[in-house]
Design a binder for this molecule. Structure first.
Ligand SMILES: [Zn+2]
Length: 345
């Protein structure tokens, strides 16, 4: 007998799997049991929480070195995807994040953003040297993808920010997407400026790294919903305030969701006043965009709790299915089967 058992009044283990008097057992970094409490499923360490258990949260758009990894983990996010940072810094950090000694979330990374000469974010104040990689021709674009894949990139980030400088040419963009597809890496794009979402569609990009905050036509929204997923990052358009940009972004995402597009939770952590860990405001904005509570949880979690999935879970004092502000009342964070934060003593 070994591992960790967590028992709770109520658990949401994944879509359609709400369980009363639930138990999750973890061993060796994975879930070995998730379902109704059972006397058979015992473990060395047994926790009972007076609350609600669900899978831990993954933030699919961060710049982790601009935040506090320990606070990110303690506030319920056990996995992040870094979408632009110098490769010599982020890939070693991603490797280190796999060790039990690392006090932070599991980090997966894109490395630098691929861009045009002098393009975004070469001059951006937040971006240290190496955050952008300027592409010189289609062959160089393909070579950059190969190089990043070899270093452990789990996605390729492309800058299509035409408002902040040159972007990769159509030929470069096509070569980047073709090579990424060959290597089975998703391409995520920062699309900003007239026609850039359409360019992403035409080139076969897989994902928009932000919900666009300029109004998309219904036709474009419908095509995007068929072909691309969107990382939400709504809160960076408002930080809790009412702004023209947040209204447009929420409206774009509402129509995208109505058209059955796939929304995934991401905050762009490191960009302005985004709190480390679960961003309740982002969840509330997803609700404003028309997602049902269970759809919001599905968009936020790393993976459902099931046999052999990562042993990453959180416990809250009450159910976020009733009220999303429940994310403010975190009781427990488990990453890879180890307690990373608990309010119990
Ligand atoms: Zn970003």
């Amino acid at each position: 007998m070994s591992g960790l058992s967590v028992r709770a009044r109520l658990a949401w283990l994944g879509p359609g799997r709400l369980v009363e008097d639930a138990q999750v057992v973890c061993d060796g970094g994975v879930v070995t049991y998730a379902g109704p409490a059972t006397p058979i499923a015992e473990a060395d360490e047994q926790l009972e929480v007076d609350g609600f258990v669900m899978p831990a949260v993954a933030d699919r758009h961060v710049h982790i070195e601009l935040s506090d990894p320990a606070a990110v983990l303690a506030r319920g996010v056990t996995a992040v995807r870094d979408l632009a940072w110098p490769p010599e810094r982020i890939f070693p950090l991603a490797d280190a994040s796999e060790l039990p000694t690392y006090n932070g979330p599991l980090i997966r990374a894109a490395g630098p953003m691929l861009t045009g000469h002098g393009g975004y974010p070469t001059k951006a104040g937040w971006a240290p040297a190496g955050t952008a990689r300027e592409i010189s021709g289609p062959e160089d674009g393909a070579a950059a993808v190969q190089d990043l894949a070899g270093r452990g990139a789990t996605a390729i980030k492309v800058s299509l920010n035409a408002e902040a400088g040159p972007t990769p040419t159509d030929g470069e963009l096509a070569a980047i997407c073709d090579e990424a597809r060959r290597l089975e890496l998703p391409v995520t794009a920062h699309a900003q400026g007239v026609g850039q979402v359409e360019r992403a569609l035409g080139a076969g990009v897989d994902e928009l790294a932000h919900t666009p905050w300029v109004r998309l036509s219904d036709d474009v929204v419908e095509t995007v919903a068929l072909r691309l997923r969107i990382v939400s990052t709504l809160d960076i358009r408002s930080y809790g305030r009412d702004t023209p940009e947040i209204r447009i972004a929420v409206d774009n995402l509402r129509r995208f969701h109505q058209a059955e597009g796939t929304v995934i939770y991401g905050t762009d952590l490191g960009n302005g006043a985004i709190p480390p860990g679960i961003d309740t405001r982002e969840a509330l904005l997803l609700r404003d965009a028309g997602l049902e509570p269970e759809e919001i949880l599905h968009a936020m979690v790393r993976a459902p709790l099931d046999v052999d999935t990562p042993a990453d879970l959180i416990a809250l004092a009450r159910s976020p299915l009733d009220d999303l502000t429940a994310f403010e009342d975190l009781l427990l964070v488990v990453r890879a089967g180890r307690v990373a934060m608990t309010t119990e003593h």
